[in-house]
Design a protein around this ligand. Structure first.
Ligand SMILES: *[C@@H]1O[C@H](CO)[C@@H](O)[C@H](O)[C@H]1NC(C)=O
Ligand SMILES: *[C@@H]1O[C@H](CO)[C@@H](O)[C@H](O)[C@H]1NC(C)=O
Ligand SMILES: *[C@@H]1O[C@H](CO)[C@@H](O)[C@H](O)[C@H]1NC(C)=O
Ligand SMILES: *[C@@H]1O[C@H](CO)[C@@H](O)[C@H](O)[C@H]1NC(C)=O
Length: 473
């Protein structure tokens, strides 16, 4: 009998420690985000952990396995608004492939408002028959066939912002409908051999899709009450669906939404202007210590390529969004981009600041182990009139720091980052790489580094920290 008990005990121990290992591997949030930056090692100073505070990154999260890195893709709203149809969506999917954007990680093809016309008598949402005559399922199959993912849109209210049916109180039905479209069918080769003709078999749990959930006509019910039911309904479908909360930052979602969604909008809608973009960057910055793998602050989609800002302003927009670990959702017409727009959106070094050095497509395979640096960058220093000469920075893996010099003044100026603002000991030496010029500019900077920056431009660098400890090995 004693033998039996000890046997069970051993089994119990083995199981629970195995569970522990699995849990750590899957839930990135258990691991402190700033692990490995202890004072003294690698030339970081005591203030490093305060400057890049991550203490508000929650201990409980949605934990559906998605959003290990911020989402990347395209969304129809910023360029097309309500003027969408299945042709545009298909041509966009084609263009994401032909331009090489998909290979860089832009894989979500997200349909925004206006795809739906009515809710039928059975209570089911019906795609607009004029603009989406083949239905959304056919579109999902087309997009999946290209190796991309489809995103859909709905609203936590009675209607969407363009007054189409909303999902409030219909969460279960709508989640089931979305999930049914997202099921990927493929020809099962074994079945084909066995029965001699093609069989279409669903692959449960494969392929991942997306819901953007808006906030119009919300009947005055608190977001905290309206957003969880859709989370639960999506979860119950058994399909892993990226849940992007879009409640415009009205109820400080960073404080609660990590348990609800994979990303949460922190602000009102962006528009294609310098004033909007800069305002939104500052509002989003406030919540930097709350974001991390599994749940990201969302300062809204990119306007790069839509014509309302200059080349330098768009470069700044893209640099700062990448550094803030914002979703990189392209908002222009990717079927018709200028060379400058392509240059900005395909800057692999800037994308790597946002996504980590591991290729985004491989993160799914490696899980938490594939992700090394996911602290949201932030504004760390400003000077000049109204603080318009700014330094933004964030820790990266491999003892590197991303540093952006953002000149929001109206004249060219020199911006300098002192090591105290970056949390480095003044004697620490770093090498500096410029991510827009694609070259190493300084081998051995000590105490500070400065550069001339045009008005409204943003230069973005990666600092690699050399330390005594490092050179000893
Ligand atoms: C689809 O939408 C695009 C963009 O708004 C428009 O140019 C095109 O004419 C539309 N096509 C059809 C068939 O409605
Ligand atoms: C549903 O939620 C549970 C608990 O958080 C999670 O483990 C599971 O992966 C979720 N499933 C889906 C399909 O999102
Ligand atoms: C764009 O946003 C800015 C800043 O929030 C605002 O001042 C401006 O009125 C907006 N423009 C439009 C066309 O909505
Ligand atoms: C392509 O974009 C340019 C502006 O960059 C615009 O003038 C032109 O009309 C667009 N062409 C099409 C076919 O949309």
């Amino acid at each position: 009998m004693g033998k039996k008990i000890s046997c069970h005990f051993v089994v119990f121990l083995t199981c629970s420690s195995l569970l522990c290992v699995l849990k750590v591997a899957v839930a990135g949030r258990v691991v402190p985000l700033l692990q490995g930056y202890e004072k003294g090692s690698y030339g970081y100073s005591r203030s490093f952990n305060n400057i890049f505070d991550t203490s508000n990154y929650g201990t409980v999260q949605l934990n559906n396995g998605l959003a290990r890195t911020p989402q990347m893709g395209w969304n129809s709203w910023n360029f097309f608004a309500c003027n969408i149809n299945e042709t545009v969506i298909k041509e966009t999917a084609d263009a994401l492939i032909s331009t090489g954007l998909a290979k860089l990680g832009y894989v979500y093809v997200n349909i925004d408002d206006c795809w739906c016309s009515i809710r039928d008598l059975k209570g089911q949402l019906v795609p607009d028959s004029k603009t989406f005559p083949s239905g959304i399922k056919a579109l999902a199959d087309y997009v999946h066939g290209k190796g991309l993912k489809l995103g859909i849109y709905s609203d936590a209210g009675a209607f969407t912002c363009q007054v189409r049916p909303g999902s409030l109180f219909h969460e279960k039905d709508d989640a089931e409908l979305f999930a049914s479209w997202f099921i990927k069918y493929h020809r099962n080769k074994w079945a084909l051999k066995l029965v001699g003709h093609s069989l279409h078999c669903p692959i449960p749990g494969k392929g991942v899709d997306y819901l953007k959930y808006d906030n119009c006509f919300n009947l005055g019910i608190k977001p905290k009450e309206r957003y969880p039911p859709m989370r639960d309904a999506l979860n119950e479908t058994g399909r892993t669906i990226f849940y992007a909360i879009c409640e415009w930052g009205v109820d400080d979602p960073a404080l609660w939404a990590d348990k609800v969604g994979n990303s949460w909008r922190t602000t009102d809608d962006i528009n294609d202007s310098w004033a909007s973009m800069t305002t939104i960057a500052d509002l989003n910055d406030k919540w930097a210590s709350y974001a991390g793998p599994g749940g990201w602050n969302d300062p809204d989609m990119l306007e790069v390529g839509n014509g309302g800002m200059t080349y330098h302003e768009y470069r700044a927009h893209f640099s700062i969004w990448a550094l803030m670990k914002a979703p990189l959702l392209i908002g222009c017409d990717v079927r018709n981009m200028t060379a400058e727009t392509i240059e900005i959106l395909t800057n692999e070094e800037v994308i790597a600041v946002n996504q980590g050095e591991v290729h985004p497509l491989s993160v799914g395979l490696l899980g938490a182990w594939g992700v090394f640096h996911f602290v949201e960058g932030r504004k760390v220093y400003s000077s000049g009139t109204d603080g318009c000469l700014q330094v933004w920075a964030g820790p990266l893996s491999g003892h590197r720091i991303v540093v952006a010099f953002w000149n929001r003044c109206s004249k060219a100026a020199t911006i300098t980052a002192g090591w105290d603002a970056l949390g480095l000991e003044s004697s620490t030496s770093v090498s500096v790489r410029d991510l827009w010029q694609h070259k190493d500019v300084v081998e051995d900077a000590v105490a500070s580094f400065g550069a001339r920056v045009d008005a409204h431009d943003c230069q973005i660098f990666v600092f690699t920290v050399h330390s005594a400890y490092h050179s000893e090995i």
